[in-house]
Design a protein around this ligand. Structure first.
Ligand code: GDP
Length: 203
């Protein structure tokens, strides 16, 4: 895989600033603290590519990472969407977030698929479901990483995965939705996740 060639490109706060390139993109979404930044860093084999933003004021940024060749050709991009689910956010922040995320997910022509990060102990929340509902009209694939599966034993993990797969099927019986167990700390599921992302991006 070439994901380790990812480099920070740009941060944007507003829809008008979305780069208009046609390079294929994969977006990473998830509830704050689900383990999204850790997963991106592990998948890209870097320690500090994606930062966890722990403050609600920073929930509005979209970070773009480019997969660059040695001669700096930009083959594909990884897009780190703002984490959601902060308890203390005012109405203005929340509606900005809603508008940014829904518009990005619904109208981005070069967005090949969404990696949705969920804590395996928590499963799918209402806001995760919202993300799926926004993206689903595009017909593009969603792959869920059930992270922190190192915190569950084997039967709990299996149950969490089964439950999530059923829920995805309920939401959209024929949707191109897949899911897997994942652990950044124990490096579980890296190869599968990497293959999914690289496959979508054609890299
Ligand atoms: P983000 O807000 O979604 O970007 O979440 P972070 O990546 O910052 O992770 C939130 C917390 O979960 C941090 O304390 C991480 O160290 C921890 N964490 C992330 N991934 C894993 C994992 O696979 N296993 C365990 N046990 N902890 C994890």
């Amino acid at each position: 895989s070439t994901l380790h060639q990812a480099q920070f490109l740009v941060t944007i706060n507003h829809l008008v600033d979305l780069p208009t390139w046609e390079i294929p993109e994969v977006a990473f979404a998830g509830r704050s603290n689900a383990g999204k930044s850790t997963a991106i860093n592990v998948l890209c084999q870097q320690n500090r590519l994606a930062f966890a933003s722990k403050t609600p004021g920073r929930t509005q940024h979209i970070n773009f990472f480019g997969i660059l060749t040695k001669d700096k050709t930009n083959l594909a991009n990884l897009v780190d969407l703002p984490g959601y689910g902060f308890a203390q956010v005012d109405f203005k922040t929340k509606s900005h977030w809603n508008n940014l995320l829904s518009t990005y997910l619904q109208t981005r022509p070069n967005l090949k698929g969404m990696i949705l990060i969920m804590d395996s102990r928590r499963g799918m929340t209402d806001l995760d479901q919202q993300m799926i509902e926004w993206f689903s009209p595009t017909g593009r694939p969603i792959h869920v990483l059930l992270t922190k599966c190192d915190k569950l034993n084997q039967s709990e993990s299996r149950l969490a995965l089964k439950k999530l797969q059923n829920k995805l099927k309920e939401l959209n019986p024929h949707g191109p939705y897949t899911a897997q167990l994942f652990s950044s700390t124990k490096r579980i599921g890296l190869v599968e996740a990497d293959a999914m992302i690289s496959g979508w991006l054609g890299i």
